[in-house]
Design a protein around this ligand. Structure first.
Ligand code: PLP
Length: 384
């Protein structure tokens, strides 16, 4: 099926978060927002068809759709990631963030240290911040890339941290963690008895030259990790509020699902139907999308790196670019870029030390993306 990713769909006036409050956030209504991590592409036809068929049933009462959805999760992980998952190891959730935050509540006590790896998606700090202690194990910039600092990590584990929230692949730096890196992490977790809550929501958005390594495929990690993910990033379904956890270890699973029962967050019919259609029928369409995103990333990197004062690198996964704006020599690069007519995420959303960065989402039709890049080139050159 040839999909037309160049087709521009008007999202203004569709209650899209990315287009809300532009004037307040960026100081002008006509910015092109390349911010919130969803995509400006239509959902794949098999997903729409499945949702429309369900819609035509006219009644949306209590249902039994979780079991077939869990089986679809297992088929997807087997086919896409060579990971064997049993349906009973899967728990359906409302979303990924509430899932790992529930994990923090279940597997740590108030006051405990929870490790996160800045710069990282803002909500990683929020749950633990409530009544735990967030401890930072910052990623190290090595040349153009970002690496985990295992010496610092071991220091935190030695000091008593027993839970870590991992971003695999990592938003915003775009690293797809290698088996060797996760192996080193695993060794430390096993040595110190640390549980990893692994957010793998971007795992299916791994670029063609790379391979996603689910934490559960790392030897020995089944007893030390819970994988959280969703079809929502990959297939543009974030508004359907459906996600899942994979917990092969029976003891961990019982503790987590006992707490989940108390929360009693029922799952969404359309989210489950869409997840099944996505995982069972949309693998080849996703491959087409990944090619398009890869080309968007490549073209954007070339254009960004041609602007004096900006620097970025090709991510290994995600449709997000973390752009170093230190060379612009301004305090608030986000504002300067907004004045040029492009709305990006502030680096400070990912940690207080990253205000010299901005994050750009390239999951837009190429005509929109190119217009944004033209604005950036013209605006930033003029401003210097
Ligand atoms: C790493 C990461 N985790 C979680 C989320 C949000 O997922 P959910 O809406 O399922 O909580 C995002 C969204 O951008 C993300 O980038």
């Amino acid at each position: 099926m040839a999909l037309d990713f160049d087709r521009v769909i008007e999202r203004r006036g569709t209650d899209a978060a990315k287009f809300a409050g532009l004037a307040q956030e960026y100081g002008r209504e006509d910015v092109i927002p390349l911010s919130v991590a969803d995509m400006d592409f239509a959902v794949f036809p098999p997903i729409l068809e499945a949702m429309q068929a369900r819609l035509s049933q006219e009644i949306f009462g209590y249902h039994t759709l979780e079991e077939p959805a869990k089986e679809a999760v297992c088929r997807w992980y087997a086919a896409r990631h060579a990971l064997k998952v049993a349906p009973e190891a899967v728990a359906m959730l409302t979303n990924v963030v509430s899932g790992f935050n529930l994990g923090v509540q279940v597997f740590s006590q108030p006051g405990d240290q929870i490790v996160v790896q800045p710069p990282v998606y803002g909500p990683f700090y929020l749950g633990p911040q409530h009544d735990r202690r967030v401890v930072h194990n910052p990623l190290k910039k090595v040349g153009d890339s970002w690496k985990m600092d295992f010496i610092d990590l071991e220091r935190h584990f030695k000091a008593g941290a027993r839970v870590m929230i991992l971003c695999n692949p990592h938003n915003p730096v775009g690293r797809s963690w290698r088996p060797e890196e996760l192996g080193q992490l695993a060794k430390l977790c096993q040595q110190y008895g640390v549980l990893v809550l692994s957010d793998e929501i971007h795992g299916d958005l791994t670029m063609p030259d790379y391979r996603h390594t689910p934490i559960l495929s790392v030897p020995g990690m089944e007893q030390h990790a819970i994988l959280f993910s969703s079809a929502s990033k990959t297939f543009n379904l974030a508004g359907l509020s459906t996600a899942f956890a994979v917990i092969p270890d029976e003891g961990l699973r019982k503790r987590f699902t006992d707490a989940l029962r108390v929360v009693h967050a029922g799952s969404n019919i359309f989210g489950l139907v869409a997840l099944q259609a996505a995982f069972d029928r949309c693998g080849p369409l996703l491959d087409e999308l990944l090619q398009y995103l890869h080309e968007n990333l490549h073209r954007t990197c070339v254009r960004i790196n041609a602007i004096s004062g900006l620097h970025t690198r090709m991510p290994e996964a995600t449709y997000l670019l973390f752009i170093d704006c230190a060379g612009l020599g301004v305090q608030d690069p986000h504002r300067l870029i907004a004045q040029a007519g492009v709305g990006l995420n502030k680096g400070s959303f990912f940690g207080e030390d990253y205000s010299q960065y901005v994050r750009m989402n390239v999951a837009s039709p190429r005509p929109v993306l190119m217009e944004a890049l033209d604005r950036l080139s013209a605006g930033l050159v003029r401003n210097r």
